[in-house]
Design a protein around this ligand. Sequence first.
Ligand code: UD1
Length: 431
Amino acid sequence: MMKRDKFIIQGLGNKKSLSGKIRVNGAKNAVLPVMASSVLFKDGFKIKNVPLIEDLNRLDEIFKGLGVEMIKQLDGEYFINTTKINSVEIEEEASKRMRASIIFTGPILARFGELIFPHPGGCVIGARPIDLFLEGFEKMGAKVKHNDGKYFIKTKDGKLKGTKIFFKIPSVTATETFIMAGILAEGKTILKNVAIEPEIISLIEWLNDCGAKIKGVGTPVLEIEGGSLLEANDKVYETIPDRLEAGSFLILGALCASDLEISNCNPSHLEIVIEMLKDSGVDIEVGKDYLKVNNKNLKNYKSFSIKTHEYPGFPTDLQSPTVVFLTQSQGESLVFETIFEGRLNYTSDLVKMGADIKMWDSHRATIKGPKQLKGCELEGPDIRTGFAFVIAALVAEKESIITNVYYIDRGYGSIEKRLFKIGADIKRVKE
Ligand code: UD1
């Protein structure tokens, strides 16, 4: 059963502010593909700086279904052992709740020549089709059957065949899936128009460290020479900092903190967000592995327009926190969500709080600011918007209740404790 906890948040209403230091966790979107890559390994490996988030429980459920052991060694450190893997089916419940479960398809099919998986679910942010995955596997010589809500995929003689795949859309998880599929395929796999998010680069570097032959890292064309199972020996994967968490905290600090240090992050992964906020008037100090931000110029923030884009463009995952920022800036801005069509629906909740937002269609909205927000009852629809609501609730006057905290927990570990430490009045009510 999905937990239905709530957050009760007392708004700061511009009268109080947050201050202190908040540490950024390891990136969820890096942990998921690296954990899935374990299926390509002869031995196991250790992974460090793993965030304590709900999605880890989904990963564990998928691993259990496959016969893979995920052994906790210390807080944030796990050993993944795939030597006893005995199933080619991705567990249904976990898969329905976490779309990224699809990343397992590539390694399983490449290793065993067979795969069964349900249509994946996840956050409610649009249709989220899987055509790129199915078409790619067919191009690599597999046969796809769909029966009773499940996909049954089989290769001819137990092996995927290297081929050329051009992605119509540079999808993050499709890129990761086919990189991993190519590692155990026969011959060379060439992937064109791939995504280049930092989590993908980190995955490739890890795989190459362990014996994979992937060329073109950081460019839109990758060449993967198929080979045998990877070996980590004593190598450990160190999870890169979560740029989306860091970006969320940066926006929180720009609106609500007299001084906030965001530690253990990689600002070079957040350049566009930092540029936009600085241009708007936010005082940000950019360190090598930290950011410092405050809200002293809050009254004079200028509005700006954004268009979400694949990396290094403006991340769709920071679109909703940015909209909260824009409700507090001077003037009108246009937000053009190009990646997911369901990702602006939450703006009606900000309107209930007093924001002036007009949604023109499922991809575009205009925001006029500044407007004082008022506390409200809000239901978090996805991970990032759940956190955007936390920011809005802190900006607002009076109390807000955020339901469906499960989504926030999927991406932000123990967030109420971390926010409490910097002065937020936030309580979890368990149900
Ligand atoms: C990843 C991230 C997610 C982020 C998103 C966009 C992970 C685990 N999740 O999700 O946090 O919001 O990138 O940066 O890394 N598409 C198709 N057909 C497909 C696959 C995708 O049309 O077969 C479309 C999607 O509907 C979407 C676009 O491609 O419009 C990009 O999505 P994609 O990059 O695949 O997102 P995810 O990998 O699911």
